[in-house]
Design a protein around this ligand. Structure first.
Ligand code: AMP
Length: 145
């Protein structure tokens, strides 16, 4: 029985994306696992005043979502991952990665990690945040700037 059957690769479109994707793809090949991509568009602006969000912000959000969808599908195409496995979400990065993982019965989440130290570690990286709430295994691929 394969170790993992469905891998979710969290993509932030940074310069490290290809290195992280290649690691995830190697594992998916070894396990013959399904592989999906997720990218989260954070909210453009938090509404701290509880006032209504103005239409321009909504339009900008929509444009960002459309752009992210295009970029994610391009990345998917590069790695032979179908459009139906490319998920773009809006909201909190940690929460959305975990939600998508849960929704699709993912058993391994792959993220990049800078292995930060000191104050940045206290603040928490995405890798840390995902690890703490994950319903499954998490692989933090070490990347260096
Ligand atoms: P960071 O903590 O921002 O350095 O990000 C570490 C890793 O979290 C990245 O390599 C991605 O795997 C993942 N990640 C960060 N931001 C996003 C995002 N907006 N959408 C999906 N994954 C993300």
């Amino acid at each position: 029985m394969p170790v993992y059957s469905h891998i979710l690769l969290a993509v932030d479109f940074s310069a490290h994306t290809n290195a992280i994707a290649e690691r995830a793809l190697s594992i998916s090949k070894v396990c013959s696992a399904r592989i999906s991509l997720v990218h989260v568009v954070e909210f453009v602006q938090m509404d701290l005043s509880n006032e209504l969000v103005i239409p321009q912000e909504l339009e900008l959000d929509q444009e960002l979502l459309t752009l992210a969808d295009k970029r994610l599908k391009e990345l998917g195409e590069k790695y032979g991952i179908p459009d139906s496995e490319c998920f773009v979400s809006q909201g909190s990065t940690r929460r959305e990665i975990l939600r998508v993982a849960q929704q699709h019965g993912v058993d391994l989440i792959v993220v990049g990690s800078h292995g930060r130290e000191g104050i940045q570690l206290l603040l928490g990286s995405t890798a840390n945040a995902v690890l703490h709430g994950a319903p499954c295994d998490v692989l933090a691929v070490r990347v260096r700037d």
